[in-house]
Structure formats: C-alpha cells, structure tokens
Design a binder for this molecule. Structure first.
Ligand SMILES: NC(=O)c1ccc[n+]([C@@H]2O[C@H](COP(=O)([O-])OP(=O)(O)OC[C@H]3O[C@@H](n4cnc5c(N)ncnc54)[C@H](OP(=O)(O)O)[C@@H]3O)[C@@H](O)[C@H]2O)c1
Length: 252
C-alpha cells in the first residue's frame, strides 16, 4: 500500500536501478516523475509506466545543473501538486587512480554523484518538510573506504552518506524520512565487471531493486545489501586501519 497514489520523483530513471525502482513503484500504484538526460530511454519508460495504469511525467535534465533541476521540480509540482517520495539516484563512476588522474576528473566525479543529489535535496526539503515524505539516495558501500581505483567515486558517495546522516539529525522534528541505500555490486550498465575483484559478489538488478524499494517502503535509515557486503564493511570497521590498507593494496 505504501506506493499507492503517491507521487514519486526518481533521478537517474533512464536505466539501471532508477528505472527498476520507477517500474516497481508504478506497478504498485505510484505516479512517476522520471528524470535523466537520455530522452529516448525516458520515453520508453513512460510507455511502460503508463501501461501499468498510472501517470508518468518525464522531464529530461542534467542533474548537475541547478536551473534544469528546478525545471524538473516545477513540472512535478505543476502536474501532481506535490512530491511524496524522491529517489536521488543519478550517478556513476569511472576508474581513476590518484597520481595519474587530474583535479578536473576528480571534481567531475563529485559533480556526478554529489551535486546531482544536492541540487534536488535542498529544494525538496523546503518543499516537503511541512507535509512529510521520504527522500532516499543511492549511495554505495564504496563510500565507507578509500578503495583503489575508486578514490574519487568513494569520496563522492561518502559525501552523500554524511550529508544524509546530518539531514536525519537536523530534520528529526519534521515528518521527513531520509533513506540511504547502499547497493553492493549490481549488474547494470553502470557497473564495469572488470573492476569487481570477486564476481560472486555481484547481484542482479531485480534483487537490488527489491531491496531498495523495501527500504524506502519501511523508511529504513540505512540499508546495505547483500548481507555478504554488509558483513565485509562491518568487519572492515573493526580491523585496524593498517590491516585494511594492506589488504586493499592487493587490489591496487
Ligand atoms: N551498479 C552498481 O553496482 C552500483 C552499486 C552501488 C551504487 N550504485 C549507484 O546506483 C546509481 C544508479 O546506477 P546504475 O548502476 O543503475 O547505473 P546506470 O544504469 O548507469 O544509471 C545511472 C543513471 O544516472 C543518470 N545520470 C548520470 N549522470 C547524470 C546527470 N548528470 N544528470 C542526470 N542524470 C544522470 C543516468 O541517466 P542519463 O545518462 O540518461 O542522464 C542513468 O539513468 C548510481 O548513483 C550509482 O553510483 C550502483
């Protein structure tokens, strides 16, 4: 019943996890506002969502640009009156090695994974904090450690993790819920399987979508999955930093 009749805004809805959650929410009765840059993919999504008997507004935008983001929000509110649930999911990464990469490439990663969240987060809080709702974001377990070849990506995902933790504290008196999602390696266009040291760790997109949708439904503050990734990250938190660094050096 959670999704029934709600307006759900999803960024990065053109493919992968965002598209999957959009279809899950629509199948359960939600109206969808879908945004990303690739128009043909958004148009296909719209057809699939509307075939489920709910409404879908697609608003192409580059989420790194606050002006384009405001257009998405204006369109959502003009069409549906309000946003009840937002999944700030746009993002991605490319392998980068510190010492070989450039400052420009590093800050690009922050724009793709941090700015794309913040540009929606601030106006959405202003819009939703009196009436309530859920704001979720797709962070990553990579945001817990400085992984080799992923330093800039890890840093950008750590930034969204910390920002959402602050929101949860500072806005605890409001009816807003903040959900941070930490999917482990998942088969999507965004995953380069060559960068995954142990292929058995990769889960299907369907599984990840189920986990993400469930966490949003129950308002779980932080949800990391699958369990084996959760255990690895917890174990890493207990081990001495020097051990972790030695271990990670093996994958550098
Ligand atoms: N797959 C994994 O293993 C994994 C694990 C942990 C976290 N994640 C995170 O999950 C999220 C979704 O990734 P995915 O795996 O589903 O990969 P994906 O299929 O490549 O999806 C990425 C989405 O982000 C959108 N996007 C990227 N840059 C954008 C921009 N500047 N403006 C607007 N939209 C933008 C893309 O749309 P357009 O290109 O059409 O704009 C696309 O819809 C990402 O934040 C990723 O970091 C993925």
């Amino acid at each position: 019943m959670f999704w029934q009749g709600k307006t759900v805004l999803i960024t990065g809805a053109s493919s992968g996890l965002g598209r999957g959650v959009a279809l899950h929410a629509a199948a359960n009765g939600a109206h969808i506002v879908a945004t990303a840059r690739r128009v043909p993919l958004l148009e296909t999504l719209k057809e699939e969502v509307e075939a489920l008997g709910v409404r879908c507004e697609i608003v192409p935008a580059d989420a790194t640009d606050p002006v384009q983001v405001q257009r998405v929000l204006d369109k959502a509110i003009q069409t549906f009156g309000r946003v009840d649930v937002a999944l700030l999911n746009a993002g991605g990464g490319a392998a980068q090695v510190m010492g070989e990469t450039t400052a420009e490439a590093v800050t690009w990663e922050m724009r793709v994974n941090f700015d794309t969240v913040v540009n929606f987060l601030c106006p959405l809080i202003a819009h939703m904090k009196d009436v309530g709702g859920t704001i979720a974001t797709t962070s990553s377990p990579a945001g817990f450690f400085g992984l080799p070849k992923s330093g800039p990506y890890s840093a950008s995902k750590a930034a969204t993790r910390i920002l959402f933790d602050s929101c949860r504290v500072e806005l605890a008196h409001t009816p807003l819920r903040f959900v941070t999602l930490y999917p482990g390696f998942t088969y999507t266009d965004g995953l380069n399987t060559e960068d995954v040291p142990v292929k058995a760790l990769i889960i299907t997109k369907e599984r990840a979508v189920r986990e993400m949708a469930w966490a949003i439904e129950v308002g779980k503050e932080r949800h990391m999955f699958p369990k084996r990734i959760r255990w690895l990250i917890s174990l890493g938190g207990w081990l001495p930093v020097s051990w972790i660094q030695r271990l990670l050096t093996l994958f550098a």
